[in-house]
Write a protein that binds this ligand. Sequence first.
Ligand code: BTN
Length: 260
Amino acid sequence: MLDNTNIKASIQSRLRTRFIGQQLYYYPTVTSTMDIARRLATEGAVEGTVVIAGTQTAGRGRLGRSWLSPEGSVALSVILKPPLDNLPQLIMIASLAVVKVIKKAIGLDAQIKWPNDVLVKSKKVCGILIENEVKGCEVDFAIIGIGINVNFDPIAFPEISNIATSLSHELGRAISEDEVIIALLYELEQLYLAAQTGAPIHQEWRDRMETLGKWIQVRTGTNLEQGKAEAVTEAGNLILRRADDSYTEIVAGDVTVIKD
Ligand code: BTN
């Protein structure tokens, strides 16, 4: 069993990135990597700083929910400082990077559920939380938090076992969490740099979006909308066509599929 310093060194020595993960913090247990990353970012951490946790005791999800991070999961946060124009692409970059890692490093097909859940065989294997600090026309920092269910038995967690799965469960064998992290940081950096040179990230993200074309229900706060998921905009918003043929653009929400 590697100690904390060695886990960090072992990951860093195998990194294939230029800047993401070159500053890396590893904690066996933290409340939330988002909290640590935010503190580091406000203290002036360099772009690409990564915070990794073995487990989280107060992992945070989207829309104020909590996120389960038992042993065997990957939980990390990455500090980035993109130009303001590229900010909307972060959700696309993050979910696409996870889809690519699952295919290239593990050999499984994964899809994206709007806005940025990653599914394998229609069950969630990854959640992504993005928090930004924008001052005027400049991004002070953005934090991408990624949680991947790598090596655990979903059946042992009744609160999520209906809707979530893990990579090891789908593959039928254990997977190196370090390898997932190393591959993930590489794919993130590739996509992040590509986005800034105008690569068609939005198109790739849309092509992986299993939500499109389905009849769905979207909960946004106290509001509930139903309709057909028609498209996603360049800013990442969902265009929904209601039963009366009117359209609405949704910025954030929770999707449930009613009919394929
Ligand atoms: C969601 O699907 O609701 C988003 C889940 C995001 C979880 C990750 S795990 C690493 C980082 N730290 C957190 O507390 N949350 C994110």
